[in-house]
Design a protein around this ligand. Structure first.
Ligand code: SF4
Ligand code: SF4
Length: 370
């Protein structure tokens, strides 16, 4: 199996302000391009696009290609589980939405410390084992954004898992919150094949500061910044799959070019990426990946990732991109940064461990009181 996977967290939209407005026609074309090039792995999730991504995946892949011609991965939304019967009802609904009678890979989604405790109490891993025995799931695993210590603990207690999914990219490799490198090493110590998520950091590494891009282009004039990020991820030993959320033909083609001719990073290129990471770090106020896990739980209906994106643009480029106008547009009909009541619900669901409520104060100072 080729090791580029099609992620469905950021599908093409017909209306950029509405995450449920998936552009099915374009998605079908992207899938065709991907499959024609010999790539076969698709990854979806319960909450993606406000629960519309699994349906879109069915329409684009399952209803248009023979079942044995592709691999489909889905994830159990650990954050939506209240009782043990929820496992069965959600799983059944996922099979229905995806239009399949088995998943090739099935993972617990974002199994952090608290959710792991609950999962153990409710017999989550027994459920996965049972589904594997029944043939409704071929491989089991979990994704984690938590500490390497927690990852090590889960893998010690559950040696039966087949794969782990980790956030790995060159900017988070040594990041003290994400700890990509240490998590990677733990998974390697347990001999688990690794699926990499966020290799391009939610698209953030596809568009890097000019100074960083110039360094990259000097060595490889034709290579996009995204291709550097993907080569970093795919070149790590033990990596079984690299997921990339693709929403344009250009992205699909660029990714295919990278993976068709995958060359490991040279020592010189690794050193260059360390410098690039420093430059990006200096230019990114808030390292939000726009995954939107925080949005639904916000009692003030604040469009958290949208406000972060505007704030980042403002910090990076100053006023040249009309950030105030974008801010006013973003808060129209939604909560403003100043409306944040510091309940911290968003922080509990943020895989990047961002201090959202503190950041809302900074944003409010700039846009609501400025
Ligand atoms: S802390 Fe603020 S931004 Fe976060 S969920 Fe609560 S109100 Fe929303
Ligand atoms: S604040 Fe955190 S949870 Fe919300 S979109 Fe950004 S990275 Fe995702």
């Amino acid at each position: 199996m080729k090791n580029l996977g099609f992620g469905t967290l950021r599908l093409p939209l017909t209306d950029p302000d509405n995450v449920t407005s998936i552009n099915q026609e374009l998605l079908n074309r992207l899938v065709d391009e991907f499959m024609t090039a010999g790539y076969t792995y698709f990854e979806t999730g319960w909450p993606y696009h406000s629960q519309c991504a699994e349906d879109a995946c069915r329409k684009a892949v399952v209803e248009r290609y023979p079942r044995e011609s592709f691999f489909l991965a889905d994830k159990m939304p650990t954050y939506s589980i209240r009782t043990c019967s929820d496992y069965e009802s959600i799983f059944t609904e996922q099979l229905r939405r995806c239009g399949v009678d088995y998943f090739d890979y099935y993972l617990f989604h974002n199994l952090g410390v608290e959710r792991y405790d609950q999962c153990e109490e409710l017999g989550g891993f027994e459920f996965l084992r049972q589904k594997k025995e029944e043939g409704a799931v071929r491989h089991i695993g979990f994704s984690s954004h938590d500490t390497p210590e927690h990852l090590d603990n889960v893998l010690k207690e559950h040696p039966e898992v087949d794969v782990v999914q980790l956030q790995i990219n060159y900017i988070d490799w040594e990041n003290i919150n994400i700890q990509s490198r240490r998590c990677y090493e733990v998974a390697r110590n347990h001999n688990k094949p690794i699926i990499i998520m966020e290799p391009v950091k939610g698209g953030g590494l596809a568009s890097v500061p000019k100074e960083a891009e110039e360094l990259m282009r000097k060595i490889r004039p034709e290579a996009s910044p995204a291709s550097w990020a993907l080569r970093f991820a795919a070149g790590l030993e033990g990596v079984f799959m690299v997921l990339s959320g693709m929403n344009s033909l250009e992205q699909v083609r660029d990714n295919i070019r990278t993976f068709d001719d995958l060359t490991p990073l040279s020592l010189e290129e690794i050193t260059l990426l360390e410098r690039v990471a420093e430059i990006i770090g200096m230019n990114t106020a808030v390292p939000c990946t726009a995954c939107r896990y925080c949005v639904e739980g916000c009692p003030q209906d604040i469009q958290i990732p949208v406000l972060f994106s505007i704030y980042n643009d403002m910090m990076r480029y100053g006023d040249i991109n009309y950030p105030t106008v974008h801010y006013q547009h973003a808060v129209f009909g939604h909560g403003k940064a100043i409306d944040c009541i510091e309940c911290r619900k968003c922080e509990k669901s943020c895989p990047q461990h961002l201090p959202v409520s503190d950041l809302m104060k900074d944003i409010a100072a700039r846009f609501d009181r400025g």
